[in-house]
Design a protein around this ligand. Structure first.
Ligand code: SF4
Length: 407
């Protein structure tokens, strides 16, 4: 059994391993004029993407077609094409009058994502898409088949302003917020690829429909820094077909590095999405360096808001924890994490450690298997449900931002 007293530092022989820090290989935290870590919350002003059908709220769509001189029922037809048949091709919309159809569809559903490249794993069950947006900004999404479900990891911003030292996206700063439709269109594009049979890995007895069933907001960007558009995109994902994608809110995971006021706002939305807090360290000393936003909201504040999310929604919260060799994987940190979670009650949280994608020769590499097992064991023994996640997409640079950064 692990020690029952809250651990606050190295406490056992297993903890005599070195303490590696983000600065070890020369990484320096950029600081602003106020001396605090530099974080970009506001999106730089850039040309906005064209307004798209998926940017409009359901109630605004019929007035929009009326404004264009068409009867109201055309709105439902257009929504059916886009959200149900996953097409924005005028030629496929044969129930619309041929005269003026091309112009109408191009005006209401301008192309938002241009596929630049895709990488597919050997077994075909994972595809990583690199998309170019209208202004040349690059984003990516990753489509993964699991037994009984299909998950899409979506981007919510081009770049990211949170500056996490282990993240390729964070090192290049925030280019801009993505629009609601740019977020939704990643799902529609993935559904189109699925309908064409482009994602492999389906076993014979798998009767799962070929549609994205789960969304994780873990691609490029900090979703809660683009709050309004992310929430509108979630509304489109859960809206009944044909007005939206007809997905279950429970299958949608919104993750954050810990923007506390936005977490509280999300809890009050009344959309029971799964909420994930990317914690990565239970102590402020390390987390201040590992997740620079910790300079604004400390570990305890982030955990308190996660607990409030559970209380408001009844949805069990996920704690994401990338295990990084000799940096945050010490046994005492597992004990400290367990004690902080248990101090806030039982049954409200689930921990998902995930070994970092190995980067040979760098400090940013995955924990050793025995260390990983010990970390998981200590949490489970302390009564905190903990499941080790696989690093899907490892062979195609699955960590967010790596593909766009390499382009
Ligand atoms: S890890 Fe997430 S929040 Fe941090 S810089 Fe990367 S994309 Fe942004």
């Amino acid at each position: 059994m692990p020690p029952q007293t809250p651990a606050t530092g190295p406490t056992s022989a297993a903890d005599t391993r070195p303490q590696v820090r983000p600065a070890t290989e020369g990484w320096e935290q950029k600081v602003g004029s106020d001396g605090r870590p530099l974080l970009q919350f506001a999106s730089p002003r850039r040309g906005r993407p064209p307004v798209h059908w998926a940017d409009l709220r359901v109630e605004d769509r019929a007035p929009k077609v009326v404004e264009l001189g068409l009867p109201r029922f055309r709105a439902a037809q257009l929504s059916t094409h886009y959200f149900v048949h996953h097409t924005a091709e005028p030629a496929e919309m044969t129930d619309l009058p041929a005269a003026g159809r091309e112009e109408l569809v191009r005006a209401l559903m301008p192309p938002l994502l241009t596929e630049v490249r895709r990488l597919t794993t050997d077994d075909g069950a994972t595809i990583k898409f690199l998309w170019k947006l209208h202004d040349g900004a690059l984003v990516e999404s990753v489509l993964m088949r699991y037994p009984g479900r299909v998950t899409l990891c979506v981007s919510s911003q081009a770049g990211c302003g949170m500056n996490c030292p282990f993240c390729a996206t964070g090192q290049n700063g925030l280019t801009r917020n993505m629009s609601t439709a740019e977020i939704v269109d990643q799902v529609v594009a993935a559904n189109r690829a699925l309908a064409r049979g482009e994602l492999g890995g389906k076993s014979r007895d798998d009767s799962t429909p070929d549609r994205v069933s789960n969304i994780v907001f873990m691609g490029m960007g900090e979703p809660l820094a683009n709050y309004k558009r992310v929430i509108e995109s979630v509304r489109s994902m859960v809206a009944e077909r044909p007005h939206g994608l007809g997905m279950s809110a429970r299958g949608i995971t919104v993750s954050t590095v810990g923007l506390v006021p936005a977490i509280d706002k999300l809890a009050a939305e009344g959309i029971p999405v799964t909420f994930a807090l990317s914690l990565h360290a239970p102590d402020d000393e390390l987390r201040d360096e590992l997740i620079p936003v910790n300079s604004r909201w400390k570990v305890d504040e982030a955990l308190d808001s996660a607990r409030r999310y559970f209380e408001a929604t009844g949805r069990r919260v996920s704690i994401e924890y990338a295990l990084i060799k000799d940096m945050n994987d010490h046994a005492w940190r597992a004990d400290l994490l367990a004690s902080k979670l248990n101090a806030r009650g039982r049954g409200w949280v689930h921990v998902n450690p995930i070994p970092l994608n190995p980067t040979p020769g760098s400090i940013w590499t995955a924990s050793e298997p025995d260390v990983t097992r010990e970390f998981v064991r200590r949490l489970n023994d302390a009564g905190v449900p903990t499941t080790l996640r696989d690093t899907r997409g490892k062979e195609i640079d699955g960590a967010c931002g790596q593909l766009a950064a390499a382009d």
